[in-house]
Design a protein around this ligand. Structure first.
Ligand SMILES: C[S@@+](CC[C@H](N)C(=O)[O-])C[C@H]1O[C@@H](n2cnc3c(N)ncnc32)[C@H](O)[C@@H]1O
Length: 479
């Protein structure tokens, strides 16, 4: 995107009713929609504009035009909106990450708070629910503990970067990623130097040629541990001694190198066979005084400092007194459940990934927590057998689902547990709002929503919501 210093030099078609693909128009961005795109109107017709910010005066070209709305790309930034700032990273705009880095941080927080308000008001239809002020991130750069880079082939050999904005098949080389710290950036550089010495090439997503696909870096700034997983086709890696020497010399905290073999066509990094080249297939992280072993492919909130804030709020909203039974649904490696166990009578976690359940169990032992147990299963299916097996009914259910939220069936199973309180940790206000409808229909009242910014420069926002059981719940039959 460039800022125009000349008045418009081309004729803008006047667009009646609905614009057509390819039409060009000058618009002002009114707001940001869920997902982070700018919203503008062409003669009243709504278009979503990628990478445009509120108040921007932009020339756009229509990419799609549907019955109710369309999509458009910025051709030229004619005049910046009031909250546009110079981003730290020179790749903003071209790189597929950091969609909001050119928006001032206070404005990002304002927009995220509004996304949460809109979801609770317009989707859940609960306009009277109190929504706390959003908690801003402590650091809005170098906050990520995990990054997934992609290889591409350039003249000098394989280079590492991120997908170009809007492109699945093109990778932009980046000198430095500002969302990760010095050690992960040094790891990226060391792997790239080694890759260029091997004669291997970066995988071409379109032609399906080349051997080197991705580099996953996981790093704890607290323990210093840094784990790398190289995703390749099914090959033996050459010059591994050189790579390990290079990593040990130039990457502080380097502990493990793994190879994941993906010979399939799709660019997935999970679920493929993984071998340990050196070290082990986990690294150590510290959260709220717990030392956690995180499997190389296991879920962990990607912003450790803000994860502590988020869990701290979840603990506050749980209002435990030391005796309660807590069910931790979607428990991952046990991080929330173990943080709550110190104030609870007993914790039961349910998680679908068996390795994560194994790590959660070991994490409990590692931290001398004896009142927490973790069970493998799908939340929608595992609750009934657990109750039949005599598991204690919960006073509190903590829910921390993936972005899609709970299925209606999973909500019904939670309602059957009849907990006094439900604390819902959500990474997607839209699905939180959809689930809030079902919980309120089930006789629960949404008492408060507390947004937290875990992901500066992206449109993502996390929330903790507290639901309490009302007398209406007793009158309802859940089927
Ligand atoms: C957002 S993560 C939360 C993990 C954990 N609470 C934490 O804070 O690290 C969601 C977790 O839900 C798990 N999951 C996804 N679908 C599930 C299902 N149907 N039943 C149980 N667990 C599921 C994922 O494997 C993942 O570990």
């Amino acid at each position: 995107m460039r800022i125009a210093d000349q008045p418009p030099s081309r004729t803008i078609r006047s667009v009646a009713d609905r614009p057509s693909r390819g039409d060009v128009a000058d618009v002002v961005i009114e707001s940001l929609a869920t997902g982070g795109r700018g919203v503008a109107r062409i003669d009243g017709f709504v278009v979503f504009v990628d990478r445009a910010l509120p108040g921007d005066h932009v020339r756009v070209r229509v990419r799609t035009s549907r019955r109710k709305h369309g999509e458009a790309d910025v051709v030229e930034l004619l005049a910046p909106g009031p909250d546009r700032v110079e981003p730290t990273c020179p790749h903003v705009g071209a790189c597929g990450g950091c969609r909001w880095q050119a928006l001032s941080y206070p404005a990002q927080l304002r927009e995220k708070a509004q996304l949460v308000r809109d979801a609770i008001t317009r989707i859940a239809h609960l306009p009277d629910v109190p929504i706390d002020d959003i908690v801003g991130a402590e650091d809005n750069l170098e906050y990520r503990n995990k990054v997934e880079l992609t290889f591409t082939q350039e003249e000098q050999g394989p280079v590492l970067g991120f997908h170009r904005a809007g492109r699945w098949d093109e990778v932009l080389e980046v000198d430095r990623c500002y969302l990760i710290g010095d050690a992960p950036n040094a790891a990226k550089d060391a792997v790239q130097r080694w890759a260029q010495s091997t004669g291997l090439s970066g995988y071409d997503q379109r032609l399906h040629e080349g051997e080197l696909r991705n580099l996953i870096i996981r790093h704890s700034a607290r323990t210093g541990d840094l784990l790398l997983a190289l995703v390749t086709t099914d090959i033996e890696l050459p010059k591994l001694g050189n790579l390990i020497d290079e990593l040990q010399e130039s990457v502080p905290g380097f502990v493990s190198l793994l190879q994941t073999k993906n010979s399939g066509l799709s660019e997935t990094t999970q679920g493929h066979p993984t071998e340990i080249i050196t070290g082990q297939d986990w690294y150590r992280e510290e959260i709220l005084g717990l030392t956690l072993h995180v499997p190389h492919n296991g879920f962990l909130q990607t912003n450790t400092a803000m994860c502590e804030k988020l869990y701290g709020i979840a603990i506050e909203e749980s209002r435990l007194t030391g005796t309660e039974t807590v069910w931790d649904l979607y428990s991952g490696i046990g991080s929330i459940g173990l943080a709550l166990a110190r104030d609870a009578g007993r914790v039961v976690g349910i998680e679908i990934v068996e390795d994560a359940v194994e790590q959660a169990t070991q994490n409990a032992q590692r931290n001398n927590i004896e009142n927490a147990e973790f069970v493998a299963g799908d939340v929608a299916k595992a609750i009934e057998p657990l109750i039949e097996a005599g598991a204690p009914m919960p006073d509190l259910v903590v829910i921390d689902p993936p972005r899609a939220g709970l299925t209606p069936k999973a909500v019904r199973r939670v309602l059957e547990l009849k907990p006094q309180t439900i604390v819902y940790v959500s990474c997607n206000p839209t699905t939180l709002a959809g689930n809030a409808v079902l919980f309120t229909e089930g006789g629960y009242a949404l008492e408060v929503v507390r947004p937290v910014d875990m992901f500066p420069h992206t449109p993502h926002v996390e929330c903790v919501a507290r639901f309490v059981r009302t007398p209406a719940a007793d009158a309802l039959v859940v089927d």
